[in-house]
Ligand binder design. Structure first.
Ligand code: ARG
Length: 290
């Protein structure tokens, strides 16, 4: 029997007041294809509204003028419902200033801050790679997050961490090929992972919803579930049938301007309520693919 997700009701979002494509760090970005700022703000507002309509709560953080990618708030840090936050240590230097502001925000809002490193020293960790699902914190690594960061998470928080090796440059964060839907269902795009991690993933997701290439590259897995609503940037008729069959109300939003930076619904929202109780393990435990 599947149950609703225990998290995903409270989010941090960053208002896109300085959203630009100033540099290229993923295959979707091009400095020749700039977002329309007015349209971006409209699209962002529609997302904030959709979360509120679904009964979710949104906290808003102002964007640093020197950090055009900061709108992708999912990467600011991994936050838990009991008040812990593991700050991201971004792989690419132009994103590292975001952590300064995120760190202040988490602290001011009562989160006890941890970090895997800073200023390029210590392992990289980007929180778009991490989700609580089943009996563990599932963390993607390779393109952005480094394996040593998983070790750090496991021991510092005393939790079970399962690593998934990402082997696809277009799926550089776990939130692009993987989306928890309820306690047993998750959308997955297997080609994002190497063979061992694909097997591992199928081992931990009791009811996988396997995405086609087209669905995955429309960022369908970059969606969020808020109570009984799933907010998505794209949903094929086939997916809609599966998701409504699970009792979800499907809301599809136009987020084209943010796709220019390589992110969508999930990337724009940072859940602040991941529960760690069921994944707690004395001393921590790290499970890496063969
Ligand atoms: N341009 C950003 C980057 O490459 C996009 C981040 C997308 N966020 C996400 N959670 N996948 O870092």
């Amino acid at each position: 029997m599947s149950e609703s997700l225990e998290w995903g009701r409270r989010y941090l979002m960053v208002r896109p007041d300085h959203f630009r494509i100033d540099y290229v760090i993923n295959p979707y970005m091009s400095t020749q294809d700039q977002p329309d700022s007015e349209l971006a703000l409209k699209q962002w507002d529609s997302l904030r509204q959709a979360i509120a309509d679904a009964g979710g709560e949104v906290e808003v953080l102002a964007q640093r003028p020197d950090s055009p990618d900061m709108v992708y708030a999912m990467n600011l840090g991994l936050a838990t419902v009991d008040g812990r936050a593991m700050l991201s240590h971004m792989r690419f230097e132009p994103r590292r200033r975001e952590s300064l502001t995120a760190g202040d925000w988490f602290t001011e809002h009562g989160f006890a801050l941890g970090r895997t490193g800073s200023d390029g020293v210590g392992p990289h960790f980007e929180s778009g790679d991490a989700f609580v699902f089943g009996d563990s914190l599932v963390v993607g690594y390779g393109p952005r997050t480094e394996a040593e960061a998983l070790e750090h998470l496991a021991t510092e928080w005393g939790i079970r961490v399962r690593g998934m090796r990402i082997a696809h440059e277009g799926m550089y964060h776990l939130d692009l090929p993987f989306c928890p839907v309820d306690s047993t269902h998750a959308m997955v795009y297997p080609p994002a992972f190497d063979a061992e991690s694909q097997a591992e993933l199928f081992g931990i997701v009791p009811d996988p919803i396997v995405l086609t290439d087209e669905e995955a590259f429309a960022f369908s897995a970059n969606s969020i579930v808020v109570n009984e609503t799933i907010v998505m940037p794209a949903c094929s008729p086939r997916l809609r049938e599966i998701l409504t069959g699970l009792g979800l109300r499907v809301v599809v939003l136009d987020l084209t301007e943010f796709h220019k930076g390589g992110g969508s619904v999930r990337c724009l929202t940072n859940p602040l309520d991941f529960p760690l109780t069921r994944i707690t393990r004395l001393g921590g435990e790290l499970i890496l693919p063969a």
